[in-house]
Design a binder for this molecule. Structure first.
Ligand code: FAD
Length: 513
């Protein structure tokens, strides 16, 4: 079925309606914007599920310089310092902007922001809302703000399936909605489609977050960066549910401890103990599980009877699975949580394809390096939404090129990719397991089937993880445990990944993208 062609008369198209997409649209107002949301507004994406809040140096005794130092430490030296400094300086302003947009953050007795402490932050600097309900409150306020802004048109139920690009410049996109396929003619497009957790068997992300925007950009020729850096949250509730309910770092920040079934506090001698960087804690728990133990987060004495009042969403998730955190330790295990990699962007959020900006978790700005500092991602989305909007405003508008006739790619389904990627690119990787996944992922990526785009993203992760023959941040190679001799970010295109795949697994010949 070929697509109906819709001219947008110079409007900017934003793909995705989480914090990154909605903030970009709001920052562009009164410039006309069309926002595509594949689900109902406010009902999809990781933003809604965020618990802890936003990191910003707004407290007494804190400073952007301290926030920079903590972010660089968590990133294990791989972050882009200039981006980190730009981010940390802008973070307090981004939080104030959200408050002005109507986000009701929790307040301290004096009226300032109430601040939480999370792992690897040297100061309490997490601005939160509704206890552990930051995401709900953000989406409530941002969706209301976007709906009330006349320059923003929100197209719900419209899923972007392909970018149309010519001579390395975007000229539109193909989407599929309730009335069938449409081709939108646009030469300024923002990808804000969120994370990749739906590509893993065990993840805290909503199932619809499976890297669609990264695939759209990659198939249009955009460079990807740091794809191998996938963060596993140490403390997902070990209850067999998919997605795995998250037990926020704020619970460890409140003093909860990690124990095994014998009661041993096995992180006690690790620097930072339970509040060590996420990859350190995730690996310790992963190893404990691999040794046949079970692991629990014990909040009984640190939080006790106040648990439900302080962490109402976590308490409800625990209750649903028969656990009472006030009276018993919560069973936990690591689960995929966040993608530091994504579409490579410059300091203005521009990708390597003209007219294509990327914001939020789908972007790889260089902020997070080899591992994300908790609660930096919502702030990053808010900070970069303003930067992307200013960048878009600064470019002169070309008339959109006429679109040809296109038929829409099929609906996507990452199910075939999940076991391959989970086995190959989990908490601890090794060359043999990574290599074993390459051929099948390349064949899927080159197919016309529902797993093609998810497999293209997974292939880039696996090829980059293979290239990186050392351990750093969230990337841990059992066969290369030492740190790198030289610090460098990684960059790859889909074509490069396919060429490398053909060399690694010649029995699965892969066509170029
Ligand atoms: C359980 C959980 C707790 C978290 N807690 C925190 C926290 O406390 N602090 C923090 O900083 N970070 C937290 N994170 C991470 C943070 O929530 C995300 O990184 C952030 O919300 C991503 O925002 P986003 O706007 O980039 O994407 P999302 O919020 O995921 O939004 C993506 C949007 O894109 C749409 N979309 C996707 N594909 C398409 C398509 N093809 N066409 C049209 N629309 C599409 C989706 O429908 C959705 O509207 C948490 C994540 C999870 C899962």
């Amino acid at each position: 079925m070929s697509a109906e062609i819709v001219a947008l008369r110079g409007r900017v198209v934003v793909v995705g309606a989480g914090i990154a997409g909605l903030m970009t649209a709001l920052e562009l107002a009164p410039r006309p914007v069309v926002v595509l949301s594949k689900g109902p507004l406010g009902a999809e994406g990781s933003t809604l599920w965020a618990q802890g809040g936003l990191a910003a140096a707004v407290g007494a005794g804190d400073s952007p310089a301290r926030h920079v130092a903590d972010t660089l430490d968590a990133g294990d030296g791989l972050s882009n310092r200039a981006i980190v400094e730009q981010f940390a300086r802008a973070a307090p302003g981004a939080v104030s902007r959200l408050a002005r947009l109507g986000v009701r953050f929790d307040r301290a007795a004096g009226g300032g922001f109430a601040l939480g402490l999370e792992a690897a932050h040297s100061r309490a600097r997490i601005v939160h809302a509704g206890g552990d309900g930051a995401g709900r409150e953000l989406m409530r306020a941002l969706a209301a703000g976007a709906r009330a802004t006349p320059s923003i048109e929100i197209l719900e139920g419209l899923e972007a399936r392909r970018l149309i690009a010519n001579a390395n410049a975007v000229c539109g996109l193909l989407a599929v909605g309730p009335t069938g396929p449409v081709a939108l003619a646009a030469n300024r497009i923002v990808i804000a489609t969120g994370g990749i957790g739906g590509l893993y068997e065990e993840s805290t992300n909503p199932p619809g977050s499976f890297g669609q925007g990264v695939a759209l950009a990659a198939r249009a020729g955009a460079a990807l960066a740091d794809m191998e850096f996938v963060q596993f949250h140490p403390t997902a509730l070990d209850c067999g549910a998919r997605p795995a309910p998250l037990i926020s770092e704020a619970v460890r920040g409140a003093g909860a401890t990690l124990i095994d079934e014998t009661g041993e506090r096995f992180m006690a001698n690790t620097p930072g103990a339970e509040l060590a960087p996420r990859h350190v804690v995730a690996r310790a728990i992963w190893r404990r599980h691999a040794e046949g133990h079970r692991v629990f987060l014990d909040a009984r004495s640190a939080v006790g009877a106040e648990f439900a009042a302080r962490f109402p969403i976590i308490a409800a998730a625990c209750r649903k699975h028969g656990v009472d955190p006030a009276r018993e330790p919560m069973p936990v295990k690591p689960a995929q949580h966040y993608h530091m990699g994504g579409v490579a962007t410059d300091a203005e959020g521009r990708s390597s394809v003209e007219g294509l900006w990327v914001c939020g978790e789908a972007a790889s700005t260089g902020l997070h390096g080899a591992n994300r500092l908790g609660s930096n991602s919502l702030t990053e989305a808010a900070v970069f939404a303003a930067i992307v909007a200013r960048s878009i405003e600064s470019v002169s508008i070309r008339p959109p090129a006429p679109l040809g006739r296109f038929s829409a790619p099929p609906a996507l389904d990452p199910a075939a990719v999940r076991p391959l990627l989970s086995r190959a690119a989990g908490v601890i990787r090794d060359g043999a397991t990574l290599r074993a996944a390459v051929g099948q992922l390349a064949a899927l990526a080159c197919s016309a089937g529902p797993a093609a785009d998810p497999a293209a993203v997974a292939l880039a992760i696996v090829v980059c993880a293979l290239r990186r023959e050392h351990s750093i941040g969230a990337h841990c190679r059992a066969d290369f445990p030492r740190p790198p001799a030289e610090l460098r970010r990684s960059r790859i295109t889909l074509n490069e990944a396919l060429v490398e795949a053909a060399a690694i697994a010649p029995r699965h010949p892969a066509k170029r993208a």
